[in-house]
Design a protein around this ligand. Sequence first.
Ligand code: SF4
Length: 415
Amino acid sequence: MKIYIIKASAQSAFKDYKQAMGAPPQSINALAAAAPEWATVKILDETSQAPANEQESADLVVICMSTPDALRGYQLAEVFRQRGIPVVLGGLHPSFMPDEARQYADAVLCGEAEQLFPQLLNDFYEHSLQPLYKSENPLTMQGLQPYPQALIDLKAYGNLNSVMVSRGCKFKCEFCTVHKFFPHFNVRPVSEIVDEIKASGGQYFELHADNLIADREYALELFAALKPLNIYWLAEATLNIAEYPDILEAAAESGLFYLLVGLETPSQAALDAAGKKFIRISRAKENIARLHDYKIAVDSAMIFGFDQHTEDIFEESLDFVADIQLDHCDSVILTPFPGTDLFNRYEREGRLLTRDWSKYDCSHAVFQPAHMTPAQLEQGAERFARQYHSLGRSLKRYWHRQKNLGWQWQSLTSQ
Ligand code: SF4
């Protein structure tokens, strides 16, 4: 049985952002890993590879998609179903909007894939495919199959491997899908991560976790096990990592060279209201400096449109990211993705302006902001990006990177 697994991706700011992050995505690789041996699987990531081959011969097509890619996913589903090939939809958007997704699919896969996919394939094989597969119990990550290296075109990701470490987060930020999609925080046994890294033979890895230091004892155990492997790795974690000297040192010694942190905004009031009280903006500069002491680059986005933001936030954010010497920053418009508490609140308050999911790409104002017009929000976010990339600011950043990161920035980020 031939299964074509696609990560749908529409041309958008969201795609550009995800492409720049550049590691093999969890959705399609977790599915491919969970497929039984009797299935022949092919995967295609439209974010980093070519568009899906609409003429691909397959018995079953599985399409994963986030909200900004939902229309692209539905369009692909229609093409394959017109060819008589059954389609399953999965990933974030179908999991949060299963009734909508069912209109475009033969089955919808909600939640973590691993525990449902073998059953779904078995049902399909026996001509008893159900319309909805929904994970009810938390998945144990022990014994998780490694990503299928033979199916992944690493060149599309700049030779950056990805290894699953943990899922979920102990925090519950209002705008975040993580704690909704993974209601339980789960870690993978360290020995299985080490085995997968060794077997891959790679040197550069994304350690896939929504918040790598959510369990600090586990993080220490993991970093100690990674140290002898002589690898380089990047990950997502809160900036609070810098407040635990033992964890930071162990992370650096085990190969951490690039950290994505959710700093979001210089407005502490906005962070507090969004459930991110644990980030203290007043300590950001000092914490980033601690990461720089270990030559670790720090990347974060500035999110615009919180209820506490006025039009001053764009200029304030430019000054902020320069002052704290952030190494890379993207401009993002707050986006109430379906499934989040933010989406539900805006819906209750009558502030959602559209359900055109293609506009939920973090570059459009899809809700009514509290203290500006949607146009002012979009123009302000654009202005921030333009000024952030101006020659003067870029040169200043280059100089800071040389000072803070030296050779490491040049050589590792070109991998
Ligand atoms: S800390 Fe990050 S991953 Fe965790 S809920 Fe908040 S935004 Fe999501």
